[in-house]
Write a protein that binds this ligand. Sequence first.
Ligand SMILES: [Cu+2]
Length: 166
Amino acid sequence: MNTHKFFGGIALAAALALSACGGGGGNEGGTTGGTTGGTTGGAASGAAAGGAAITVNADPTGQLKFAETTLTGAANQALSVTFNNPAALAHNWVLVQPGQDQAVAEAAMAKGGDPTGISGVIAGGKPITSSNETVQVPATPAGTYPYICTVPGHYQAGMKGTMTIQ
Ligand SMILES: [Cu+2]
C-alpha cells in the first residue's frame, strides 16, 4: 500500500514535470519562433513585393526617355526595382546620389555606358535591349534622387527622372 502510493507519486510527479517542461518549452519556442519568423518574413516579402515593388519602363517607341519620370520608394529599406526596356535600343536604369547625375552620365560615357563602379552611383544595371532586369537598391535615407540612363548620349537627350525616397 505504501509502496504503491510511493511509486504512484513518483510517476505523477514525473508526468507533471514532463508536462510542465514540455508545455513551457513549447510555448516559449512557439512565441520566439513566431515573432522572429514573422518579422523576418515580413521584411523580406516587403522588399520583394508590397510597397517596395517598383517598376520603371523605357519608352516603348524607342525615344530617349523613361515612360515614368517620377518614382517613389520607402526610405531605409532595400528596394527592388524592375527595369523593363521593350525597345531594341539599349537602355539602363541607374539611381544616383543627388546632384551627381551629370557627373555619373559623363563618367559612364567614357565606359561605353557601363555604370559599374562609378562614384555617385547608388545602384544600376548594365544597358539591356528588349528585356528587363532587376536592380537591387540598398537601404537609402529619405531624399530626392535622380535616375538616369547611362547609355552614351541618352542622359544628355533627357533620359532621366526623379525618385522620391520617403
Ligand atoms: Cu537610354
